[in-house]
Design a binder for this molecule. Structure first.
Ligand SMILES: Cc1ncc(COP(=O)(O)O)c(C=O)c1O
Length: 379
């Protein structure tokens, strides 16, 4: 029996070669490779400034920190997302407001967004769910009219574009995750990117326990012959920082992954097209989202099925891994006191199922999954 994983990072010789270079320098922490990765990421995305961190969660946390919002201010987040979208709000002593999903895309509903905006809302964090773009040309005027900062959660859509512009550059700050299951990976890792450099430049200290100097650059002065400065070790802490830095090993992997990103996204689009073609006549199993594959950066491929749990078992018996993204956040005990109304999310999440998708998935494996889906339809 075939065993098909749900996600699998596409890593090999290119990543190893970059890691070797970092080993040879024997500087593994925050250093020149992080700087190079940030530069190449800027060039790839078309961003003016990017700050590398050790997770997408850290990126979201710090992006919100940059605004210094008053304690207790409210931030609009989708109800169906990974918990980090909302915990980043809590870390900043802010309060999440859960916006219901648009039933067709599973992105946040713009109608519900408008209903939930109150005068104490300061920001909105749209998540491009599964890599499917939020209609940013519609979201932005709503956000601007209410003076909301727009932090795009791009954990699912690295490299994806919408209407010719890279996702992550539509709002004020784009936050990416390079966690191991994502479209590109650095093991764990994340990035904040923007075309308003002043928004995130100060966060370089926040990601580095508050230190306002670059240790790699300072190290060059520790031993220099002509140096008369005895204070080469000096730094000051002016802000509350976190140990959130990306390191050179992560960046080494990231540089290799970045070169493959478009290719990996194109391959995933091809796989999704193959899935869609093979399930187009099924009635019990329908595509999760209205996939638009051109210039896309989809992270997951999913289906909707009224007998979802039976389908999970059917696939499990055939060695096919599945997942559920996501149980709505207000259903978690952490948010039990939240009373936001999210009827669409409460209904739809019971029927969603994530199927295997990653760049190295073979056509034979996709066909094996599709055969199993067709078997289920006939049962
Ligand atoms: C929507 C969303 N936001 C944020 C994150 C957090 O990313 P990380 O795992 O890199 O902290 C994830 C991770 O799965 C995610 O799915």
């Amino acid at each position: 029996m075939m065993q098909v994983r749900l996600f699998k990072p596409s890593v090999g010789e290119e990543e190893l070669a970059n890691i070797r270079t970092v080993f040879e320098r024997a500087w593994l922490g925050l250093g020149p490779t992080v700087v190079q990765f940030e530069k190449e990421w800027n060039a790839y995305l078309g961003a003016k400034n990017s700050v590398g961190v050790n997770s997408g969660t850290a990126a979201l946390h710090l992006a919100l920190t940059s605004y210094n919002f008053p304690r207790g201010a409210r931030v609009l987040v989708p109800a169906m997302t990974f918990v980090a979208t909302a915990t980043a709000v809590l870390y900043n002593h802010l309060e999440p407001v859960f916006v219901d999903v648009a039933p067709d895309t599973l992105n946040l509903s713009l109608d519900d967004l408008q209903r939930k905006i109150t005068k104490d809302c300061v920001a909105v964090v749209p998540v491009h769910f599964g890599g499917h773009p939020v209609p940013m040309e519609k979201l932005l005027p709503i956000a601007r009219a209410h003076k909301l900062a727009v932090i795009e959660d791009c954990a699912h859509c690295a490299g994806g574009s919408y209407n010719g512009r890279k996702l992550g550059l539509w709002g004020d700050i784009g936050c990416f995750s390079f966690e191991e299951k994502k479209g590109m990976t650095t093991g764990d890792g994340g990035m904040m990117s923007t075309n308003q450099p002043e928004l995130i430049e100060p966060l370089r200290a926040n990601r580095w326990v508050g230190i306002d100097k670059d240790t790699w650059k300072r190290a060059a002065h520790y031993t220099a012959d002509q140096e008369t400065d005895t204070r080469h070790w000096y730094y000051e802490i002016a802000v509350l920082g976190y140990k959130y830095n990306m390191n050179d090993l992560m960046a080494a992997i990231g540089l290799a992954q970045l070169r493959k990103l478009d290719r990996m996204n194109r391959r995933k689009a091809e796989i999704i097209a193959r899935y869609l073609e093979r399930i187009k006549d099924l009635h019990r199993i329908r595509p999760l989202q209205p996939y638009q594959l051109e210039d896309s950066g989809y992270w997951i491929f999913g289906v909707r099925c009224e007998q979802r749990d039976a389908l999970i078992l059917h696939l499990k018996k055939r060695g096919i891994a599945t997942g559920v993204h996501y149980m709505p956040l207000p259903l978690h005990p952490l948010f039990r006191t939240n009373t936001d109304s999210i009827p669409a999310a409460r209904k739809v999440w019971e029927f969603v199922l994530t199927l295997p998708l990653f760049a190295d998935l073979t056509d034979v494996e996709v066909d094996y999954v599709c055969d199993a889906l067709q078997d289920f339809e006939r049962k």
